[in-house]
Design a protein around this ligand. Structure first.
Ligand SMILES: [Fe+2]
Length: 481
């Protein structure tokens, strides 16, 4: 039980006080802990004394008292100023030693935090796999605070959910998310709470510039002591330091650049299979981004759209060049095989676990608004936004490129053809966005890869044409609604 001896580094003054009060004032003195157990002095003499009184030590917690016994009340009253003097000196020693202990603890804690952060930084240096970095951080914190289980749940580079666990399954993480004790943690501070089964939980939010991006949760099993205030403080400090690290790791560009370059290399490999579609994937990515910008997509969405554009024909890698570049009419079997390329794209990309919208954009670019497309025959809004954008970009590039069986179409004619498929084949919104982008001062930039002779005979004519086309598409939308 807590006693004064637990809080005194030096007990010499306590012993001197007992001697002084015993020998000089002829008192029976004993020191007891918070539950009345003997800590120092002679208990029996106090118990046998005719009068006695307890003087508690002044301290935030109950750490016991000095109990004085005397042959009579008069002697005890006379001794009281001396007792109070000894007690005041002991109390001030307690205060000084407590402050010193706290400062020492804080310094030790700071030193261990610095050591911890150096250790973690050294371990994650050079690791580009985000989940591995999170796992190291989770394991190191768990070891430091002696947590039995834990998890870190936050965002990955694509804002997808990333969850790393220690001694627990993802299903347990999900059920813990529904735990009542964690449902009141929206205030964004580190807290200790008790789970329904009595286990101690230490919850800490991961705060980035954009707001809270996730959380770290540590669990100490029922048969172990609950987390302490100092452990909570420690995790709070670590969170303050590791949250920007999470953000840096998440936004770290190198991996994304490496990834984008890999995707571009793949796109170049597909385009190279067919001399007639040379540069097709790059142009589709560019036209898609042009539409996306016109629609007001943010930078992250535009980057994702660009990747989906590069990947949209990835599945053609599994189709023979002889079929892809066949000058004459395709047989039924050959056409069926070509129609399978979005399914091949899906198969190739599945293991990469790309964000859903990128994958959908890549595999839905041959779906059509009226359900006549392939591979799934999706209708209208069942087709993802990226799918509807890439469909327009893909057909525009196909029409304005030379094919083994036909010459390339001029821009006006290609746009006219697209407009004929409004609402039946293509999403009106995407066509209007594309035409509007061509009316802007970015026209030359957007169309710079199209053979000049095919673009238009006269720039002014094209602009006049585009104005009429937009008016037409908007007017027909009004008529249809
Ligand atoms: Fe395609």
């Amino acid at each position: 039980m807590p006693s004064i001896k637990d809080y005194l580094f030096d007990t010499a003054f306590l012993n001197q006080s007992i001697d002084y009060l015993t020998e000089t004032l002829k008192l029976a003195i004993t020191v007891i802990d918070s539950e009345g157990n003997l800590v120092a002095g002679c208990r029996n003499e106090v118990i046998n004394a005719p009068v006695s009184r307890a003087f508690p030590f002044r301290f935030p917690a109950n750490i016991g008292a000095l109990v004085c016994g005397a042959p009579n009340q008069q002697l005890l009253d006379r001794a009281e100023p001396h007792i109070l003097y000894c007690l005041a000196s002991l109390n001030s020693q307690l205060l000084r030693e407590t402050e010193l202990k706290e400062t020492t603890e804080e310094m030790l804690q700071l030193s261990s935090q610095i050591n911890f952060l150096f250790k973690v930084a050294k371990k994650i240096l050079g690791i580009e796999d985000l989940a591995k970095c999170y796992q190291i951080i989770l394991d190191e914190i768990s070891l430091m605070i002696k947590a039995d289980q834990g998890f870190i749940q936050t965002k990955g580079r694509w804002d997808e959910r990333v969850c790393v666990t220690r001694q627990m399954t993802e299903a347990e993480v999900d059920s813990l998310g529904n735990s009542l004790c964690l449902q009141d943690t929206a205030n964004g501070t580190t807290i200790i709470c008790t789970r329904e089964d009595g286990a101690s939980l230490l919850y800490s939010p991961i705060k980035e510039k954009i707001g809270q991006s996730g959380q770290m949760v540590f669990i100490r099993a029922l048969n172990h002591r609950p987390f302490s205030a100092s452990e909570k403080k420690l995790v709070g400090i670590i969170e303050n330091i590791v949250s920007p690290t999470f953000e840096t790791l998440r936004l770290y560009d190198s991996l994304q650049d490496l990834y984008l370059n890999t995707v571009k290399a793949l796109a170049a490999a597909i385009d190279a299979k067919d001399e007639y579609t040379h540069g097709h994937s790059f142009r589709v990515a560019k036209y898609s981004m042009t539409i996306g910008e016109q629609l007001g997509l943010d930078n992250q969405q535009l980057n994702d759209l660009e990747i989906a554009g590069y990947m949209h024909d990835l599945g053609k890698i599994g189709i023979s060049e002889l079929i892809l570049g066949k000058p004459g009419k395709l047989t039924h079997e050959e056409y069926s095989l070509i129609q399978k390329h979005p399914v091949f794209t899906d198969k190739i990309l599945q293991p990469i676990q790309l964000p859903r919208h990128i994958l959908e954009g890549a595999i839905q670019h041959h779906e059509r608004m009226d359900g006549s497309g392939y591979p799934s025959g999706l209708i209208g809004a069942e087709i993802s936004k990226f799918g509807r954008i890439i469909a327009v970009a893909d057909v525009f590039d196909a029409l304005t490129s030379k094919r083994p069986y036909r010459e390339a179409m001029p821009v006006e004619e290609a746009l006219q053809t697209l407009c004929e498929g409004i609402d039946t084949l293509f999403d009106r919104e995407m066509i209007i966005a594309f035409i509007s982008s061509l009316r802007s001062d970015r026209q030359n930039e957007v169309l710079d890869e199209i053979n000049l002779g095919l673009r238009h005979n006269d720039l002014q004519n094209l602009n006049q044409f585009l104005i009429k086309l937009v008016d037409f598409t908007i007017a027909s939308a009004h008529a249809g609604s």
